[in-house]
Design a protein around this ligand. Sequence first.
Ligand code: SF4
Length: 325
Amino acid sequence: METEKKVVLKAEHIKKYFPVKNAVSHGKVQVKAVDDISLMLHEGETYGLVGETGCGKSTLGRTVLKLIEPTEGRISINGTDITELSEKQMIPYRQKMQMVFQDPYTSLDPRKKVGDLLMEALQIQKIGDRKDRMELAMQMLGKVGLRPQHFYRYPHEFSGGQRQRVGLARALILNPSFIVCDEPVSALDVSVQSQIINLLLDLQEDGKVTYLFIAHDMSVVKYISTRIGVMYLGHLVEEAATDELFSLPSHPYTQALLSSVPSSNPKIKKQRIVLEGEIPSPMNAPKGCVFHTRCMYSMPICETERPQMKEISCGHCVACHMYDQ
Ligand code: SF4
C-alpha cells in the first residue's frame, strides 16, 4: 500500500491585491495579481507553475513564502499555519523555506565574498561556530559543483551559471524542505540551463526537498516537474500530473499554451492555436471567466460566472464551464 506523502505547503484561497493609483480617474484601484488560488505540495515533488509573463506566478511564489503578505488566505508549512506570524516569529521557519531567484546577482550582496554569504545564512539561524559554518559552506560549494577557492571570490567574479550555483548553495545550505525556484534558468544559456536543472534534480535525490518551480518555458517545466499548474491573469486554470497535462490539456488556455511547444518528433505536425487579443489588465480583469475575452469556446455563462476548479479525472482539475456537467 502506498503511504500518503507528507504535505509540505498548503496554501488556501490565496489573494494578493496591490492598491495602485488610476492615472485617468486618480482614484484607487486594485491590481489582483493573485486571486483565490489554492495549492498543496507534497514532500519530494516538483510542482511547475506556468503562464504568460505578468500572470502572477512570481507574486504567488513570494506570497507563499511570506516574503510579501497575502491579502487573504492561509499558508501552512509542514503542518504549521504561518499566516499570522511576524517577521521575527518567521525566522525559525525561514530555515525551512527558501527561494532561488532568476538573477542571483541582484540577490547576492556584491560586497561580500561567497563564503561569507553562505556562512551568514547559518549565522542568522545560529548554526554552529565559525569553524563549523566554514566547513558546511565548503561542503555546500562542492555539492553545487563549485571549487573551494570560490569561497574567497566576490559574486561579480562568477559567470551567470556559476552565480546560479551560488544562489542554489545559499538556498540549500540551511537544509530547507521547500524551495521556490523563480525562473531560475531563464537568464542562462541553453547548455548552462540543463546543468542547473540536472543539479536541482540531483539535489532532490533523497526525496526530501519540495520545489515550486516557476517558469514560462514549457519544455523546461515538462522535464523537471511531477505536477503542473497553469495560471492565467492571477487564477489557476488547470492542474494535473505532467504526463496527463501534456497528453490531455483540457482548459482552452492550456491547449493554446501547449500548442506552441515544438514536438520532439518532427513527423508530428502540431496545429498552433493563436490566441486573439491582448492579455487583459489585472487592474480591470474580465468578470466571470477571466479568459472569456480570448476563448474561442466562450458561452454566455462565461461572461458572468467564474468557473470553479473541478476534478475531471484523478488529480486533474480544470476551471472551465465546459466541464460543468
Ligand atoms: Fe472558455 Fe468559458 Fe471555459 Fe472560460 S469557462 S475557458 S470562457 S469555455
